[in-house]
Design a protein around this ligand. Structure first.
Ligand code: P5A
Length: 437
């Protein structure tokens, strides 16, 4: 991508209403634009990152055996009246009437709708288990939308729903998703801490929330150090229950069972939440399945959510410095920032074009800064938007066929020949593509 042709409106200052660093940086780096309170447009740079996160979340869902569908954003009030949640949800639910006066709503979650789909097609134990997911916008009329995309009114959620014949099978589905969540957050470069949680309005009797560590997080986590190193291939909730974890004022130093040296205190952000709620919805919405012996029983369910758009902010909270964002390589909107120091120098232009074309041919996302602005502006914009590598092509270095490489995550800087620079970048790209799966 050529910067001059692109749409990347960076700002020097963040608006005063942006309270936290990720919100400030997202606005300054031209990732999002607020359209009204808690509702955002995703500009090209933000959209690229959102899609990269979504892709990793999706791939891990599919690997875990979940099947992708797409349910609508607008739902009929009828199913919510049947489940009893139409009134429970209160003002957080955006209620709409269609032209015929029918009560509709913008879905804040999909337990009812997915149960309706399930029961229309599945009625036998032979077709279980099933796990359906979608990645779709939700709307919750939050009383105080704040922190940018971290607590929006409209936000993108990955939600999935498991259907099983009995409690044991449902617990297995829950554990399977538990492991999937750990893998997902690790792949996103985050450290997930799972905590036993209250299940609130979603209802049910087993629930965990996933927090990720970030110095600027909203909650304070108190947990056994061992929780930072849970193996996602073998983890289950029984194993987890051995380790202490509490959030904010749930923690009481007097009753905390963990030794001081073993207790970690860190800031965290909730990015996922999973629930087992048994037959709460299947009973109310008549989702019954036939057992082997011929009897009919309500299907056992769980639901599992990841805040995909919230993750964009949460990851910035975990990866930034005073210059801007430091994207983990797998999430960066561009992999390389190609900085042409002097667009009036023929040799600089020629070499920049050459490297630009070569990188494009190898499908490496490159942002070629061809603007007629100072080197300082180019460097600081690249740091602000958080591109992992810079290749800097300057008139003096190029006389000896040298270019400078800079790594955003480590701050490392070094000179290489043009050819070696190209090889270095393609190799870096290979290393992280291979470690993806
Ligand atoms: C689980 C999936 C549910 O809604 N139903 C379907 C269950 N859970 S939840 O905890 O309420 O939400 C799941 C995740 O969505 C993100 N999230 C939000 N992100 C941005 N703005 C919001 N207002 C918002 N509300 C919830 C969180 O990451 C949460 O863990």
């Amino acid at each position: 991508m050529r910067y001059k042709k692109y749409f990347l409106p960076t700002l020097k200052d963040a608006p005063s209403e942006a309270e936290i660093i990720s919100h400030k940086l997202m606005i300054r780096s031209g990732m999002v634009k607020q359209s009204s309170a808690g509702i955002y447009s995703w500009l090209p740079l933000g959209f690229r990152v959102l899609k990269k996160i979504e892709k990793i979340v999706r791939e891990e869902q599919v690997k875990s055996g979940a099947i992708e569908i797409l349910m609508p954003t607008i739902q009929s009030a009828d199913i919510w009246i049947k489940s009893g949640r139409y009134d429970d949800y209160g003002k957080e639910m955006l209620r709409i009437k269609d032209r015929a006066g029918r009560d509709m709503l913008y879905g804040p979650t999909n337990e009812e709708l997915v149960t309706e789909i399930f029961k229309s097609y599945i009625s036998s134990y032979k077709d279980l288990p099933k796990n359906l997911f979608h990645i779709q916008w939700k709307f919750r009329d939050e009383i105080r939308p704040r922190f940018g995309v971290m607590r929006g009114k409209e936000f993108l959620m990955k939600d999935n729903y498991s259907f099983d014949l009995n409690f044991d099978a449902a617990k297995e589905s829950y554990n399977n998703m538990f492991r999937c969540y750990l893998r997902t957050f690790l792949r996103l470069g985050l450290t997930p801490i799972a905590l036993k949680a209250e299940s609130g309005a979603i209802g049910g009797n087993l629930s965990h929330e996933f927090q990720i560590l970030a110095q600027t997080g909203e909650s304070t986590l108190y947990y056994d150090k061992k929780l930072e190193n849970i193996d996602p291939s073998t983890a289950d909730i029984e194993q987890l229950q051995k380790y202490y974890a509490a959030v904010d004022d749930e923690h009481d130093p007097k009753t905390c069972p963990v030794e001081k040296s073993q207790l970690k205190i860190s800031k965290g952000i909730e990015v996922g939440h999973i629930f087992y709620f048994g037959t709460k919805y299947s009973e109310k919405l008549n989702a019954f399945v036939q057992t082997k012996s011929g009897s009919k029983i309500p299907v056992e369910m769980g639901s599992y959510g990841i805040g995909v758009s919230r993750l964009v902010g949460a990851i910035i909270e975990a990866y930034h410095d005073d210059k801007g964002i430091k994207w983990p390589k797998q999430l960066a909107p561009f992999f390389v920032s190609l900085i042409n120091v002097n667009i009036n120098d023929e040799k600089c232009n020629q070499v920049s074009e050459e490297i630009y074309n070569n990188l494009n041919h190898t499908n490496i996302d490159v942002l070629y800064d061809d603007r007629d602005v100072s080197l300082g502006v180019k460097l600081s914009d690249s740091d602000l938007i958080g591109i992992p590598f810079k290749i800097i092509i300057g008139p003096r270095d190029i006389k000896t066929n040298q270019v400078q490489i800079e790594e955003r995550l480590t701050g490392k800087k070094f000179m290489l020949s043009i050819n070696d620079a190209y090889n270095y970048i393609t190799n870096e790209m290979k290393v992280f593509s291979n470690s993806d799966n």
